[in-house]
Design a protein around this ligand. Structure first.
Ligand code: BES
Ligand code: ZN
Ligand code: ZN
Length: 488
């Protein structure tokens, strides 16, 4: 999708449609004159017939609008003006684009609402429309609604930088979503590495794929233990971004993402209901790759390295057993009491490797636990840290990016659960507070480096269609991480 900015809609003749993001109309207030003129004076009718009042997610289409050359005009509500935020603008833009795209619209103008900063508004519009460029129906051979939006014109008085950011973030998110959508038989660790390699080549990033033999030499026993039940060899994908000029030469951001291409649970096998969803157990790794794609385009002034450990967790004949003891790259030994708690095992070695590569600040993202879904549902991801100042930066970026997250506790008392009679630590605690004990496990491998862990098990996948995004992978965390990198 191409995107450009124009200050006002002098001519819409070359467009298939114009969408106006409209704030909620108020009783007794005269309608927006310009928009009313475009509709040919229909706003009062819409109000009277309760057809369109500008509530969030509300839309109405006007065919052959008398005040415009474009053949269609769509009004999309953004809700009350006083509550206007970037997330609301993004949602309205996505709803408008989804409605029009399926009706053959390829060239769309979106008229920005007033009230927010120009860059934020333009970014939100491009992100919202850009998200509709990718749909999960990639393997359908019949009845596939064709085509994505080709050209987006944002009508606003400024926001070039926002437009650029919005495009890069939408593309990064769509890259992550496309990976999360792939079935386990197609997206193996080897295939993920191939896709990372070709993305890196296009984006101008350095890419190294560490293969099994080298992982053995490095002593990645925790990762290799998980991989040994599968015929698919494991990999550790490393992507590097070097800034041309640095704002802080001492800062080196490390992005570590869990990429289990399919999680059966291993010998501690999962129940069959919904097991198919475990193809998205690589969403943390996908988010890091998507963020790197956007970072390569937006060129923040800080060094960023992504480390993505990837395995398939299968109960093959050579699979690790509950009770096995493995030695991690850090030297710490782990008693594997449950082979389904595999994400923390591969992340342990990846966190160690990221630090050996010189990362001074770490963020990991992982579909790590069912417990975080019990705690926070599908609305917010859990955030854990060993450094409050570092976490505050990420939470600020999450707010700017419109991604909902929530800081979780890491009190020492929880650590009592992580005691093993035979090794340095077990890979699980009790049934209670499972997302917290998982984070405390990871902390043993991240300390003393400032670190944040994002448990995105509940937010990386939507179980049902939403007005702005279809059922499937969401690409969560990409927007937050890109904002974080740009803010450092
Ligand atoms: N990949 C799962 C976590 C998960 C659950 C992700 C639901 C997305 C949706 C993870 O590897 C896992 O199985 N965790 C176990 C840990 C338990 C054995 C301590 C869990 O959360 O049940
Ligand atoms: Zn698991
Ligand atoms: Zn898993």
């Amino acid at each position: 999708m191409k995107a450009r900015l124009i200050p006002n809609l002098d001519s819409s003749a070359a467009l298939d449609a114009v969408a106006v993001l409209s704030p909620q109309m108020e009783e007794g207030r005269s309608p927006d004159e310009q928009v009313d003129a475009w509709t040919g004076g229909l706003l009062a009718d819409f109000w009277a017939r309760k057809e369109f009042r500008g509530k969030a997610l509300e839309t109405v289409v006007v065919h052959r609008p008398t005040g415009l050359e474009a053949p269609r005009l769509l009004l999309a509500g953004v809700g009350p003006e006083k509550d206007l935020d970037a997330a609301g603008v993004r949602r309205a833009a996505a709803v408008a684009a989804r409605a029009l795209k399926n009706k053959g619209v390829r060239r769309l103008a979106v008229v920005a609402p007033d009230g927010l900063e120009a860059d934020l508004t333009a970014q939100a519009i491009v992100e919202g429309v850009g998200l509709t460029s990718w749909e999960p129906d990639v393997y359908k051979t019949e009845d596939r609604p064709e085509g994505a939006m080709e050209e987006l014109v944002v009508v606003a008085s400024g926001g070039e930088e926002g437009l650029r950011r919005g495009l890069a973030i939408a593309e990064g998110r769509n890259f992550a979503r496309a990976l999360g959508n792939e079935p386990g038989n197609i997206l193996t660790p080897t295939e993920l590495a191939d896709r990372a390699r070709s993305m890196a080549a296009d984006a101008g990033l350095e890419c190294e794929v560490i293969e099994e033999e080298q992982l053995e030499q490095m002593g990645c026993g925790a990762l290799l233990g998980v991989a040994q039940g599968s015929v698919e060899p494991p990999v550790m994908i490393v992507l590097r971004y070097e800034p041309e000029t640095t704002s802080d030469a001492d800062m080196h951001l490390g992005l570590v993402g869990k990429a289990v291409t399919f999680d059966t649970g291993g010998i501690s096998i999962k129940p069959s209901a919904s097991m198919d969803e475990m193809k998205y157990d690589m969403a943390g790794g996908a988010a890091m790759l998507g963020a790197m794609k956007a970072i390569a385009a937006l060129k923040p002034s800080v060094a960023v390295t992504a480390v993505v450990p990837s395995v398939e967790n299968m109960p093959g004949a050579a699979a690790q057993r509950p009770g096995d003891v493995v030695t991690s790259m850090s030297g710490k030994t782990i008693e594997v009491l449950n082979t389904d708690a595999e994400g923390r095992l591969i992340l342990a070695d990846a966190l160690t490797h990221a630090q050996r590569l010189g990362c001074t600040h770490l963020v990991d993202a992982a579909t790590l636990t069912g417990s975080v879904v019990v705690a926070l549902g599908h609305e917010r991801g859990g955030v854990y840290t060993n450094d409050e100042e570092w976490q505050a930066k990420l939470l600020a970026s999450a707010t700017t990016a419109g991604e909902k997250m929530w800081p979780m506790p890491m009190d020492d008392e929880y650590k009592e659960q992580l005691k093993s009679p035979i090794a340095d630590l077990p890979n699980i605690g009790t049934r209670w507070g499972g997302s917290i004990t998982a984070a405390i496990f990871l902390k043993q491998f991240a300390d003393p480096t400032p670190w944040i862990h994002l448990d995105i098990a509940g937010t990386a996948w939507h179980d049902s269609n939403k007005p702005d995004i279809p059922k499937g992978p969401t690409g969560v965390a990409v927007a937050t991480l890109v904002d974080l990198a740009l803010s450092l």
